[in-house]
Ligand binder design. Sequence first.
Ligand code: HEM
Length: 384
Amino acid sequence: MSAHVPYIAVSAFDIIALVLVIGPLATTLWVLPKEARNAFQARLWRFTGAALAALTLSSITLLVGRTLEMSRQGLSEVAHWLPLVLRETPFGRVWLVRPIMLLLAWAAWYIGRNLERRRVAASFLFAAAAVIAFTRSATGHPADQGSWTLPEWVDWIHLVAVSVWAGVVFTMSVAVFPRLPQARISPSVRANLITRLSSVATVALIGILITGILSAYYYVGTWTALRDSSYGHVLLVKLAFVAVAVALGAVNRFLFVPPIRAAVSTPAGHGTTAHDHGERPLRLLMRSVGTEALFLLAALAAAAVLLHGMPPREMDHVIGGTMAQGPRADHPARARRVTVRRLDTHQPRLRHLISTVCYGVLSPRAAPPGDLYRPRESAIRASL
Ligand code: HEM
């Protein structure tokens, strides 16, 4: 586990950067009512720019991190291995989509500095970020079963919905709520803003729960596996953080939003500045959203750990592959399910399995889908 820590940190950085890009975009597009745009849009756009810079950096870090992970060499060797990884591995080929999307995203950000084009630019930027999210799904556990498979799409929807929920919550906590008291918006606009925040979070949460449960069933499968595997334990920790965040979201929606909205219907609520009505529930809501953001951050970190674990279902495949060494050619269907993607570098117990793969006991016919063991990539490993 400790050998994985730097790679987990790199994944966490990349996921959080993505969330921070999608958050202000979703806030601009769906949370801010028209009447509140002037008060916050410039700040949100600067925030988007900073997050985009973080995502650019995290994309480079991710490439370097994966190169180190695959080559098992030090940083000084990275320049040698990097072109090879980009050219010869499925990860490298998918990663190459990122610079293109980042360029488009920066162009959209630049164009969006003009207020009139801001919403169109935000939509383009959102689309580019969504494609970058797909590069994560296409190089993670879902890709072990091949390209463009259902698990990849499910994971992608999960990641985008997660980015919307967590991103909007972060953005509100960091960029909008601290400015709300000074913003000259009426209580009715403020109530509208809070209601929209709650609705966007609810829709995203529904998507997250459905796709999360589907992925969990796909990777874990049984209650026993959930209870007995370390992957299952990490998932349970993550779900504990998620449960607290969901509970806080429910408290916001059912306890704090109604009095904020109700304050608007009193005669004094119309046309006055924001801070004389529904003040107390608003303060409580802002504090609660801030706490929710912290638990979501913890859930994101737990997700990064999950990505570097071995799902119980994949573990079955590995065991199947190990035992199938002799008669493998007679059982191509079993051999096709062998997975060694992350075992190679850090699990000495299983190195013999990697050797088996690298030196060709696995016939090309029996190689698993997804180009994992293309001869060139095997050659990289074999030459180490
Ligand atoms: C019912 C609730 C949820 C369940 C059952 C669930 C389950 C899962 C599973 C099984 C995976 C696949 C991990 C892998 O590839 O090995 C995953 C990925 C992930 N989950 Fe969740 N999740 C849930 C909610 C959430 C929430 C609320 C967040 C946000 C804070 C979150 C953040 C993530 C992230 C960032 C990934 C990684 C996606 C990627 O990079 O491809 N999940 N989740």
